[in-house]
Design a protein. Structure first.
Length: 85
């Protein structure tokens, strides 16, 4: 996963347990302009379920999800804000 793009924001949520990774990812995603990329790193095993669901709810795009040992990294591209934000 390449994270050296100028519009890429990294969020390291290692060590946090559910529901904190989802809540902090939602907050970060809602502050980004459309088209910006958010790379989230988590150690919570439930993140593989929760983060993709959050991305779908927020109307964003999940470009990649990969596991590296005990860490999971998600590459999310923000889109126009959903009506409920």
């Amino acid at each position: 996963m390449r994270d050296d793009e100028p519009d890429c924001v990294e969020l390291d949520l290692s060590g946090l347990k559910c529901p904190l990774p989802v809540l902090r990812t939602r907050k970060a995603l809602r502050t980004l302009d459309a088209g910006r990329t958010l790379v989230v790193t988590c150690t919570d095993p439930l993140a593989m379920i929760d983060i993709p669901n959050l991305v779908r709810e927020e109307g964003a795009h999940l470009g990649a999800a990969e596991r590296c040992g005990d860490r999971v990294r998600f590459r999310i591209t923000s889109s126009a804000k959903p009506p409920h934000s």
